[in-house]
Write a new protein. Structure first.
Length: 380
């Protein structure tokens, strides 16, 4: 999977630009605030249809513009595919209407709504400094990571998650009424079981698939320190997940009605992440140092990439502010790992020197300065 061309317009502080990207390691470099992360964000939106910086589409649009777009050409098995994402502010008589935003996804010039089709063409694994929250933060961040890993390997997982979320939202709204219709509550509980069990199974498969590459990558980056992941499913580990879900919901039904909120289900799942400390495996959330947590977060993303590439074309790997997250020794070991990847890697950094110095293969470096991408600003 390769992004051959990237074109942006109206995107945050960036001037309109079109750049051609090499198939291997691409380094976007420049001073803080120059716009290199904005350019990486645009590439991430094209590949994932979501921003790693904001959930509000209107925020990617330049202040002086009403719309922004990112487009690209993707190397396909038999032809070059053209893809495009547009975001724009809606016009209206009120400030609220003007601040609202919309998004369009286009393939070959035509808008599409079949997102699974999109992700068969273009996907990415994205690492940012905020990913330490996967380790240090609450269970929701780890569930999001697990769902993203499952989706990158099997795009149909997204449909299961969305269906479960819709059922959960309907049940939550019903419970908030204070006097929910019990027959309707049972209907939504049945929907939660029907949609939630495939999510749990997808998460379990992703956790199993992540275990081996995480162990290998982490030992490479952390010089032999082991790391493990284990999926803690709220439904248990038995073969009858449907029966377990039904029993859980039955046990908490009266308490849910009394409190007006859902209390049991796969929204309680977690991913247990452990690292070796003094000869034993300990929770990385409480025992890992800041440096260990950064390395572990990076290893989790690289394991996600490995799982996503099983049996097919690997996604792109997008890494933001990489050199500030790891010391020179870890950076050298990381670049050695990246050199062995068959996919495209795009990295942002303030100092491209160490990355280029450690890389054994060819490197394309693009300077970003004051919102302008300079393809001739290579370090040499």
């Amino acid at each position: 999977m390769r992004l051959q061309r990237l074109a942006i317009s109206g995107w945050r502080n960036l001037a309109p630009a079109e750049v051609r990207l090499s198939p291997g390691l691409v380094v976007l470099w420049g001073e803080n605030g120059a716009g290199k992360t904005n350019l990486l964000e645009a590439a991430a939106v094209l590949c994932t249809l979501r921003s790693f910086r904001s959930n509000a589409w209107n925020e990617v649009v330049s202040w002086e513009r009403m719309e922004a777009s990112v487009a690209g050409s993707v190397e396909g098995p038999s032809e070059e595919l053209r893809v495009r994402v547009e975001a724009g502010r809606r016009t209206g008589p009120t400030a609220l209407a003007r601040s609202a935003a919309m998004r369009h996804v286009l393939l070959g010039g035509r808008e599409i709504h079949d997102l699974e089709r999109w992700f068969r063409i273009l996907r990415a694994v994205v690492f940012t400094p905020d990913d330490t929250g996967m380790v240090r933060g609450g269970p929701e961040r780890r569930r999001q990571f697990l769902d993203r890993a499952a989706f990158n390997a099997h795009p149909s997982h997204l449909d299961h998650v969305r269906a479960w979320r819709r059922a959960q939202a309907q049940k939550s709204a019903l419970l908030r009424t204070g006097t929910p219709d019990r027959r309707l509550l049972e209907t939504w509980n049945e929907a939660l079981v029907r949609t939630g069990v495939p999510v749990a199974r997808g998460r379990a498969r992703a956790a199993r698939d992540l275990a081996a590459p995480l162990s290998s990558v982490h030992e490479d980056l952390a010089q032999g320190t082991p790391a493990t992941v284990h999926y803690r499913c709220a439904l248990g580990n038995g073969p009858d997940l449907e029966g377990s879900y039904h029993r859980l919901l039955e046990e908490v039904r009266e308490e849910e009605i009394r409190r007006g909120i859902p209390l049991a289900g796969i929204q309680r799942d977690d991913l247990d992440i452990r690292i070796g400390v003094s000869g034993s495996m300990r929770s990385a959330r409480t025992w890992g140092s800041q440096g260990q947590v950064r390395t572990l977060a990076l290893a989790l993303r690289l394991a996600e990439l490995a799982v996503a590439g099983i049996g097919g074309d690997p996604p792109l790997l997008l890494l933001d502010d990489l050199s500030s997250e790891v010391d020179d020794g870890r950076l050298a070991r990381l670049v050695a790992l990246l050199d062995r990847l068959s996919g495209q890697v795009i990295v942002t950094t303030t100092d491209p020197g160490p990355l280029i110095r450690h890389a054994r293969g060819s490197v394309q470096d693009l300077k970003v300065q004051a919102g302008t991408v300079d393809p001739d600003g290579a370090t040499g």
